[in-house]
Design a protein around this ligand. Structure first.
Ligand SMILES: Cc1ncc(COP(=O)(O)O)c(C=O)c1O
Length: 453
């Protein structure tokens, strides 16, 4: 066992977080909860968020000057590592020519051509750029409704597709076992009208029988089934072959299948989770990596479907800043780099598999129950006593001991390792994570598990 070089991390002792705490106090005076996206507030793990001053490779530097080994990667986009030279140069180059035109520019064509080139085998012939993953899924669903003339959609409990009204819906727990009666699903946010939520039916991920039953009963009303092809938003859940077969069967009802690849797209392979797992969706949505760290989302599919989008067709969708040259440049540089170095996916997978193995044995040595799910560069270590790889559903994930996770998370952070601040999130490995980072992480994890055990 190698002992890592902890000098790479400066230990962020609590008293050294004065700057972050001061910024958080000021932020709360002017922004709800002090953050612009809720999970950043550390609500489920306790403590104050670190404000980040800069980032490079696998590391963040917080406003207090401490260096943190990053496993969030801006929640997915930074697959090449932070501040990657090719991406930085592409953005700087684009910047010289102005930041937004409100008229077409060549970089939009180049990025769309790249996306179509990479995903043509999935049937993608047209792609439309928007500014976030939320916009991508919202627009893809409008398109599906426009094409089919149907109002209802199906999503899966514990899958997150952004914060559009109709997607902030989950089944109440009492309805879980009767997924085919889930028309009464309740909104999971204030401000979403019940009438609107009623158009979203909720089924259970990795439960093919529930999906078949729901489609049998209501398939004729359902415009689309939207799903995470590998779930990141309940922690990592990997679809079973039977569930994937049931997803493909929804087409027998004239329903469109939408793979939400916002998290997995260009991460699990150049063709995303769909390419890796042999999924053939009708529409795909992207975000995160497609913008290389700048705000980009996209949706795409066969020309015959996508040509229903305005101005070609009657389904309206627009955006003042959509396709802006800086964002297109960052996305193009990122996808080009990934395409030029396909071995990166093997490297990412090898790192994450070694991390998974190391976490499993560290937890076992300390007597801490942990069940690890890992696929490619995505990984969740659920704090529960289930065999590794066996957590497949939202209900199983929810059995995890979130307070044990929170204690483990805080210990990791004290040691300079910045894990995702929730038991129900994936971590993201980047191309900048190497042997040094692996050793640092596993040394920290051993100590953190020992403190819990
Ligand atoms: C699978 C999935 N879809 C959609 C979204 C929403 O993307 P955004 O936060 O860019 O709106 C996310 C965000 O994490 C996501 O993970």
């Amino acid at each position: 066992m190698t002992t890592s070089d902890t000098s790479l991390l400066s230990q962020p002792a609590p008293e050294r977080l004065a700057v972050s705490e001061g910024l958080f106090a000021r932020a709360r005076q002017v922004t709800p909860g002090g953050v612009n996206s809720p999970v950043r507030a550390f609500g489920s793990v306790g403590g104050h968020p670190h404000f980040i001053a800069s980032a490079d490779g696998a590391y963040l530097t917080n406003a207090d000057g401490a260096r943190l080994l990053d496993y969030i990667g801006s929640w997915g986009p930074m697959i090449l590592g932070h501040n990657h030279p090719a991406v930085r140069e592409a953005i700087t180059g684009a910047l010289q020519g102005g930041t937004s035109f409100g008229a077409p520019n060549e970089r939009e064509v180049l990025l769309a051509e790249k996306v179509v080139e990479l995903t043509r085998e999935l049937g993608v012939e047209r792609v439309r750029f928007v500014n976030s993953g939320t916009e991508a899924t919202m627009s893809a669903l409008r398109l599906a409704r426009g094409v089919t003339g149907r109002s209802h959609i199906v999503k899966f409990r514990g899958n997150y597709h952004g914060h559009a009204d109709g997607l902030l819906v989950e089944a109440g727990s009492g309805l879980l076992t009767t997924a085919h009666h889930l028309g009464e699903a309740a909104p999971s946010s204030a401000g979403v009208p019940q009438e609107y939520a009623a158009l979203t039916l909720v089924s259970e991920y990795n439960d093919p029988a529930a999906l078949d039953a729901l489609m049998q009963e209501r398939g004729h009303e359902i415009a689309a089934v939207i799903f995470e092809p590998v779930v990141g938003n309940s922690g990592v859940l990997i679809p079973t072959p039977d569930f994937l077969a049931a997803l493909h069967r929804v087409r027998e009802h004239g329903t469109l299948l939408i793979a939400d690849e916002v998290m997995t797209g260009f991460r699990l392979s150049l063709q995303g989770a769909s390419g890796l797992l042999g999924i053939q969706p009708d529409l795909l949505t992207w975000g995160k990596i497609i913008g290389g760290g700048l705000p980009v989302g996209a949706y795409g599919g066969r020309a015959e479907l996508m040509e229903h989008v305005s101005p070609s067709g009657p389904v309206y969708q627009a955006g003042t800043l959509s396709g802006n040259p800086l964002a297109m440049a960052a996305g193009l540089a990122t996808l080009s780099e990934l395409q030029a170095r396909p071995e990166l996916y093997t490297q990412l997978d090898r790192y994450a598999a070694a991390l998974a193995d190391g976490l499993k044995s560290a937890a076992q040595e300390a007597g801490v129950p942990v069940s690890v799910n890992q696929i490619g560069s995505m990984l969740t270590a659920f704090h529960q006593d289930a065999p590794h790889g066996s957590v497949q559903t939202y209900q199983q994930a929810a059995r995890s001991d979130a307070s044990a996770f929170a204690a483990w998370f805080r210990s990791m952070l004290r040691q300079g390792v910045y894990w995702a601040p929730s038991q129900f999130e994936s971590i993201f490995v980047s191309a900048a994570h190497g042997d040094t980072e692996l050793n640092l992480t596993l040394d920290a994890a051993r100590r953190a598990y020992a403190e819990l055990g």
